[in-house]
Ligand binder design. Structure first.
Ligand SMILES: *Cc1c(COP(=O)(O)O)cnc(C)c1O
Length: 375
């Protein structure tokens, strides 16, 4: 059996262990310390726009705290892009609120401005104005920032920007992770940089960050004993994990470059194959190409290709299954145009890691060519 080629695997810079060793040497083995502060500073200087960053245990915990900061509570409704990972939507339910799913458009595969406005108007007419909108830059491709935010502003609904997959992407020169009223990042093992597990909340004010850190560290009031006036969470990032993050920040831009180059190689090799289509960057959109994704001409071609790659020990995966099709969310209100379902049926993510070697890419490409030569 040939060695496994992964979709997206951790890729260390070598600098991580220096920061981790420092944490051990100084006994900062806790969910606070110089690496946590340093990693937050690194992210703040990378993102720019004067944003504040709170390093947390995961992207999911960052989403949960976003909703808490926005006052989402039992009985509320929150709009969420349907085509995404379940972690975008689950925190809505943690808060006892109801997710309202909105379908995608074809230019970026992200939340559709037309369906979004239909959804907002319809929810308002039913007596409930949505409390927040969760928009996602899927696979690193920025959503239609101007359109989505202008609709959100028109109805005065805050946007939680799920930038878990899009660190290093930008729209009209401004970094993803800075567009939301609140934004979140993820450093899970498969993301563009990883801390093994981790995430961050990006805020516009220092006081929002303070509040998030307060809630993330068990909401301890200022007293010599343990006293609580709020329900707290254990969501802070550890100083060891943040050390990995500091090492990873040194190679973020080169990871983006390599992932973009993977995508270009697939594109240049297969652009004339009439059974394969690619997602191109619309004007102003710069994708980190976290995952290289293609659409096939049918479900059958997609499944055939996926299985052919699997036989070669190459990992690939269908595009995210939309939330409105997930058993757990089948009863949630949804505003649909068929786009995300079609993408789910015909789309495939190809191996995309920044650590893919030329030999590995060649193996993937030759497996795809062989498949199309016989099918
Ligand atoms: C990975 C991911 C998350 C969750 O981040 P974790 O750090 O794994 O909790 C949320 N949203 C999207 C779109 C993701 O891809």
């Amino acid at each position: 059996m040939k060695p496994k080629i992964w979709l997206s695997s951790p890729h260390m810079s070598g600098a991580e262990q220096t920061y981790i060793k420092e944490a051990f040497d100084t006994n900062w083995v806790a969910p606070l310390g110089p690496n946590v502060t340093g990693f937050e500073k690194d992210l703040e200087s990378y993102l720019k726009e004067g944003r504040h960053v709170a390093a947390l245990a995961s992207g999911t915990s960052a989403l949960h705290l976003s909703l808490i900061l926005l006052g989402v509570t039992t009985g509320d409704e929150v709009i969420c892009q349907s085509k995404t990972f379940s972690a975008s939507a689950n925190p809505i339910v943690y808060q006892g609120a109801t997710p309202v799913f909105v379908d995608s458009e074809t230019d970026t595969w992200n939340i559709c401005p037309i369906q979004l406005e239909i959804a907002i108007k319809d929810r308002i007419s039913k007596g409930k104005k949505p409390k927040a909108i969760i928009a996602v830059h899927l696979y690193g491709m920025p959503y239609k920032v101007d359109e989505i935010h202008s609709i959100a502003n028109k109805y005065k609904i805050p946007v939680v920007e799920d930038s878990a997959e899009s660190l290093g992407s930008h729209f009209k020169g401004q970094n993803c992770g800075t567009f939301g009223d609140l934004s979140i990042l993820s450093f899970n093992g498969n993301k563009i940089i990883t801390t093994s597990g981790g995430g961050a909340l990006v805020t516009r004010t220092e006081s929002q960050k303070k509040k998030a850190v307060f809630l993330a560290t068990q909401a301890r009031d200022n007293a010599p004993h343990y006293q609580h006036t709020h329900i707290g969470y254990n969501y802070r990032m550890s100083n060891i994990v943040a050390g990995i993050g500091r090492g990873q920040m040194t190679i973020l831009d080169s990871h983006v470059e390599k992932r973009r180059s993977n995508h270009d190689i697939y594109y240049n090799t297969f652009k004339d194959n009439n059974k394969i289509t690619f997602l191109l960057e619309p004007e102003g959109h710069f994708s980190n190409r976290w995952l290289s994704c293609i659409q096939l001409d049918s479900y059958e071609t997609r499944e055939g290709l996926r299985l052919a790659l699997e036989k070669e020990n190459i990992e690939s995966r269908p595009l995210w299954k939309p939330m409105h099709l997930q058993p757990i969310f089948k009863d949630a209100p949804s505003y649909l145009n068929g786009v995300s379902e079609e993408l789910f049926n015909r789309g495939l993510c190809l191996p995309s890691g920044s650590n893919l070697s030329k030999e590995e890419l060649d193996r993937v490409i030759s497996a795809i060519k062989t498949y199309f030569a016989v099918c």
